[in-house]
Ligand binder design. Structure first.
Ligand code: ZN
Length: 442
């Protein structure tokens, strides 16, 4: 017998939107058709969209070791409340950092015990970890993450160019992508040393667009030389996307990620909001934000991910220069894309679904996820596209309710999130404990 039937929703599928019933059996999509009889559980989705669950390829849940900052229990609940069913955890901000196989095993065990969504793990590319990459690949990492500038954590040092080139070559051999945080160490360190005040403006001037462009350019060159797949995380401006897109047109295997906050906020907002909106690269001028939307509309941005990077409340207040750089917005990715993309800029729903589900699954070779088709995992987000919700701190499921999105209205409310056939979020409430499992590239 069929386990669940979702009735009357508008499915956003790879071949377009379709009003149909959807049957789930053993956690997978069994059938899609005009009318499906029976079902142990019936879900009425009349008037709702049925989207593939969000796959957030970039976030920091800090477990094990820094669960007082977030943790996978709270973090995965927040992801689920935003329509998410799978995340890839970055190798840093946990202790230990995921830079070898034993650290991978510890994080896997911790996340399996606490996450309500599925998860994949990034491995770390730091000086000295190249020799551990093969073992991390055998464990199932989705790729390797490197910082081209200071990461902010001494235990995760930046990859100098030699480490980066060696790591790219090893990753190419292992057929896995390398993700880079692309900001120039030379420029950010040198300009940072020149700070004459501790204001937001001074910080912004110490991390200019050119520092990002220089690092993107260098990463592209090294990746091409190594024959590696490159994933550039959190590109903050249209000019960065254009640079990578040119290299891609010339044959470099590069994918481009941006984050909701670069699409939503500008540097004026960080001056107004203070440390809660501090991140690196920083929020940019309106022209750069608009350039990013232009590139996204042209299809040259491939993935949107949250880069949820929480910290203790004490680290997100006070002196701006000393404050933690990281925006904690894991719950708002889909909301931002629906409000700012679909409603305000006529970005098609199929495009949004591709940015947060289909392309993450394709780029990182996650079989069985990322789209609504028979045989795929039943990872779904049911959304009321026209219901407007003004985000309140009390709506947040993350550990510390600190996000710059509080107080903004978003049209497009997640009503229910389903992970492999199980409802994990419904009408504002989390309805699962645990159940998340490690997902590996195929
Ligand atoms: Zn990050």
């Amino acid at each position: 017998m069929i386990d669940v039937v979702i009735r009357g929703g508008t499915l956003v599928t790879p071949s377009g939107q379709r009003r149909a019933d959807l049957a789930i059996e053993d956690g997978r999509i069994r059938e899609i058709s005009a009318e499906i009889p029976g079902g142990r559980e019936e879900i009425d989705a009349t008037g709702q969209l049925v989207l593939p669950g969000v796959i957030d390829v970039h976030l920091h849940f800090n477990e094990p070791g820094r669960t007082e900052w977030e943790g996978a229990a709270t973090g995965s609940r927040a992801l689920a409340a935003g329509g998410g069913t799978l995340f890839f955890d970055m190798p840093l901000n946990s202790t230990p950092c995921t830079v070898n196989a034993p650290a991978f095993d510890r994080k896997r065990a911790a996340l399996e015990a606490s996450s309500i969504t599925d998860f994949g793990l990034w491995g770390g590319l730091v000086p000295g970890s190249v020799a551990d990459m093969a073992e991390m690949a055998a464990r199932g990492v989705v790729g390797f993450k490197a910082f081209m500038c200071n990461s902010g954590l001494p235990e995760f040092p930046r990859a100098d160019d030699v480490t980066l080139l060696d790591g790219l070559r090893e990753a190419a051999r292992l057929k896995l992508p390398v993700a880079v945080h692309a900001e120039s160490e030379e420029l950010t360190r040198g300009l940072g040393a020149r700070l004459t005040s501790r204001t937001v403006r001074a910080f912004l001037e110490s991390r200019p667009v050119v520092a990002e462009l220089e690092a993107i350019q260098r990463a592209l060159l090294l990746a091409k030389e190594a024959g590696a797949s490159l994933h550039i995380v959190h590109v903050s401006c249209g000019r960065g996307v254009a640079l990578a897109a040119e290299a891609r047109a010339q044959g470099t295997d590069v994918s481009i990620e941006t984050c909701p906050h670069y699409l939503f906020f500008t540097e004026g907002d960080v001056e107004r909001l203070g440390p809660i909106a501090k991140c690196a690269p920083p929020l940019r001028a309106a022209g750069d934000r608009d350039g990013l939307w232009g590139e996204l509309g042209r299809g040259r941005v491939h993935i949107v991910a949250s880069d949820h990077s929480p910290a203790l409340p004490s680290m997100k207040s006070g002196d701006f220069i000393a404050a933690w750089g990281g925006i904690a917005g894991v719950q708002s990715t889909l909301a931002v894309l629906l409000e700012e993309g679909y409603h305000k800029r006529a970005l098609p729903l199929e495009r949004i679904s591709t940015l947060v589900a289909a392309e993450p699954a394709r780029r990182f070779r996650i079989r069985g996820k990322g789209s609504i088709e028979p045989g795929m995992d039943a990872d779904l987000a049911l959304v009321d596209l026209n219901r407007s919700v003004t985000l309140a701190a009390g709506d947040l499921h993350q550990r510390h309710p600190l996000t710059p999105y509080v107080g903004y209205a978003f049209r497009g409310a997640v009503c229910r999130t389903i992970r492999r056939g199980v409802t994990i979020f419904h009408d504002g409430r989390i309805t699962a404990t645990q159940g998340g499992t490690l997902i590996r590239p195929s």
